[in-house]
Design a binder for this molecule. Structure first.
Ligand SMILES: Cc1cc2nc3c(=O)[nH]c(=O)nc-3n(C[C@H](O)[C@H](O)[C@H](O)COP(=O)(O)O)c2cc1C
Length: 197
């Protein structure tokens, strides 16, 4: 599939079959994601990958959207055979920009950063994951976390210093999957300002 088709076809999926995703398919997705750009090539991201009912149900019992869990007859998102938790590491960026080759950038302290690149880079890597999912014929949903980050770290043995940015449900889309409420794309001219705003 070419990139343009993947970009145009990508929609969040909220209804999955429980059929497992082969490990080699997941490996391809993460091979893509780890090639994301990153400030100073810090690559300050990591993914916890939960596969199968035992692991995903531990996630849902640790951090669940009450609206989804309240609908046991409509498993939708809860059916997803894979949950990916992308984590970012702020300190990795501060350390990287304290290195001699980056000292001139003046970004060795958090206050100096124009934007939290640890979040940006991890979001870029997660976007590659979403696009890779389209190429594989998988459905994916990026969604917010609802619980406490410490509890999530404890449940999955995540070291301190790694902060979750959200979660991705992955799996084969169920036939009855419907895209999100039709909220139109903002007009091109409202978004793109050539030569100035
Ligand atoms: C940062 C972010 C957070 C989101 N959080 C949720 C969420 O908690 N629950 C959900 O169902 N969808 C969530 N979404 C999906 C958006 O609703 C969806 O991307 C948007 O409606 C556009 O639809 P599309 O991605 O299918 O084009 C989130 C998307 C982003 C980028």
């Amino acid at each position: 599939m070419d990139l343009d088709s993947a970009i145009r076809r990508r929609r969040m999926c909220r209804n999955f079959l429980s059929r497992p995703v082969p490990p080699e398919v997941l490996d391809r997705l993460f091979e893509g994601a780890r090639r994301a750009p990153s400030a100073g090539r810090t690559q300050g991201w990591a993914f916890v990958v939960l596969e199968g009912h035992d692991q995903t149900s531990l996630f849902w019992s640790t951090d669940a959207d009450p609206a989804w869990v309240a609908q046991p007859d409509h498993p939708g998102v809860l059916n997803a055979p894979v949950i990916v938790l992308p984590f970012c590491n702020r300190q990795a960026y501060l350390d990287r920009y304290a290195a001699p080759d980056k000292a001139a950038a003046g970004l060795a302290t958090e206050e100096a950063w124009p934007a939290p690149y640890w979040l940006i880079d991890t979001a870029f890597a997660t976007m590659l994951l979403l696009l890779g999912a389209v190429q594989e014929g998988l459905g994916a949903l990026f969604f917010r976390l609802h619980g406490d980050a410490n509890q999530l770290r404890r449940a999955f043995g995540v070291p301190d210093g790694w902060d979750p940015i959200g979660a991705v449900a992955l799996g084969w889309p169920a036939h009855q999957n419907r895209p999100t409420r039709p909220r139109p794309l903002r007009p091109f001219g409202e978004v793109v300002h050539r030569g100035g705003w």
